[in-house]
Ligand binder design. Sequence first.
Ligand SMILES: [Zn+2]
Length: 237
Amino acid sequence: MAIIEKTEGIVIRRERFRSTSKMVTLFSKDYGRLSLLAKGGFDPKRLLGGNLEPFSLTEITFYYREGKEYHLISGASLIYDFPRFRSETERFFYASLLSSFIIKTLPKEVKQSSLYQLFLSTIFLLDRVGKESLIYSFLIKAASFFGYQPNLLSCLRCSRQLKSFFFSSQRGGFLCAACREGEGIDFQLEEARRLKSLLLLPQREVGKLELGEKEKEAIRSFLAFHLNFFFPNPPSF
Ligand SMILES: [Zn+2]
């Protein structure tokens, strides 16, 4: 039997289902990643609130069908629209990257309050300031929620405090100069400090960071290795 439920969430994917319906993936506050069908959602005569645009924050009422692949939307009301994601390609790309991370890593229907709050604050700030640093910070923090926090304090091998940083893609973390034995990508101290800030600062502070091109490059290559090491199918950027 289906029970009526209500939750808020961000539409992270929207696809056509059969000829007139919409299949919506919602990163929701109460159920984590949810698949929901809006029957007739593409029929202009049956528009639901906010039309379930990608990256809109929406409150959704739905019939929860125990054990089913997807549930049925009975009503939707828009809480907040992020218009800049549709007018600015770069911001849309950033938001898509975050969504793709959620779709690829988060199991279905597992409530993830901290990750949801992080996602929401990142989306709000991305709409407002559109900084790349927010994406990097989100990915580092999100991986940490799954238990994969980068070792930025002590060497992965000898546990001594890190004074120089060599990222080992074989071990998925940082080694000190004595332990690296030829392996590892050399990280400048400044770049490692940036990584620490991206991991530890709240998103509103991260949104104020100005990263240089070289720093961005170092952080991107770190992230590519880091995410690849821990997740089977991470988003690429
Ligand atoms: Zn060491």
